[in-house]
Ligand binder design. Structure first.
Ligand SMILES: [Ca+2]
Ligand SMILES: [Ca+2]
Length: 260
């Protein structure tokens, strides 16, 4: 009960957001205290911040210098081709199903700033030639709404995107109200959970997201919590983001081709 209350945006004063209720990205950097400290000042050079829980460690080893740290690299000694790398410092070619999701180049973020009990989606358009790939991103969920909808309070990455509105894709994301990492397939308004696991995730914390998408199945790992699942409905497709009744930000996104 207390946890839920703390997630409601108007009630986030306990814990002391010193910026007068503004969400962290809105204010000056470095004013955040307490629970928002994890990795929040790592925005610069974000591509190599593969270990947000070890901010004091040096650059992570990357033997093949493909941008994937060895401990996250499915082929640590062979460079994986980069299919997409975006730090959101320009508008780019993203397509949004609502103006509520947008790239904020001044902050180098892709974000949803308004809590609404609706699906919010953004993607880069069709990629019918994308089959086996790894999506890597860093996301933060700031606040969730109070809608009774079972989908409320969720944000994450989408892959195997064949279309949005209506949805045809797989999500790897966080359900912050229920504190779970969730892997799910969306077909129109129908959502099928492919895997889920409890996760000790707090509002405002930056989370490393690794989403492996293969013909054999999917692995969704967020903040070290891993769930797996499979579906053959969508054999190929693009990437993007999705939120539902939650505000969130993404710091960057990368997509690497998996090697046979
Ligand atoms: Ca590497
Ligand atoms: Ca590699």
């Amino acid at each position: 009960m207390a946890l839920l209350v703390a997630l409601v945006p108007t009630a986030c004063a306990p814990g002391g957001a010193p910026d007068g209720g503004l969400k962290p990205r809105d204010g000056a950097p470095a004013v955040d205290a307490g629970e928002l400290d994890a990795g929040f000042d790592l925005d610069a050079g974000a591509v190599d911040t593969g270990a947000p829980d070890e901010p004091d460690a040096g650059p992570a080893p990357d033997q093949d210098m493909d941008g994937l740290p060895d401990d996250q690299d499915p082929s640590p000694t062979r460079a994986n081709p980069v299919l997409l790398r975006d730090e959101f410092d320009a508008m780019g070619d993203w397509i949004f199903s609502s103006v509520s999701m947008a790239i904020e180049p001044q902050d180098s973020l892709l974000a949803v700033d308004t809590i609404e009990p609706f699906e919010r989606e953004g993607w880069i358009g069709p990629r019918p030639g994308w089959f086996d790939y790894l999506v890597r991103s860093r996301i933060r969920i700031d606040a969730v709404g109070t809608s009774n909808d079972a989908r409320s309070g969720h944000a994450g990455v989408i892959a195997r995107v064949n279309q949005v509105t209506p949805s045809r894709y797989i999500t790897c994301g966080v359900d912050l109200r229920r504190r779970q990492v969730v892997l799910a397939e969306h077909q129109g308004t129908r959502r099928t959970t492919l895997g889920e696991a409890p996760a000790n995730i707090t509002a405002g914390a930056w989370l490393l997201l690794l989403f492996t998408v293969e013909q054999d199945g999917f692995t969704c790992e967020i903040d070290g919590v891993r769930v797996t699942g499979a579906s053959s409905t969508l054999p190929s497709g693009s990437v993007g983001f999705r939120s539902y009744d939650a505000t969130f930000a993404a710091d960057w996104i990368e997509v690497y081709e998996l090697l046979p």
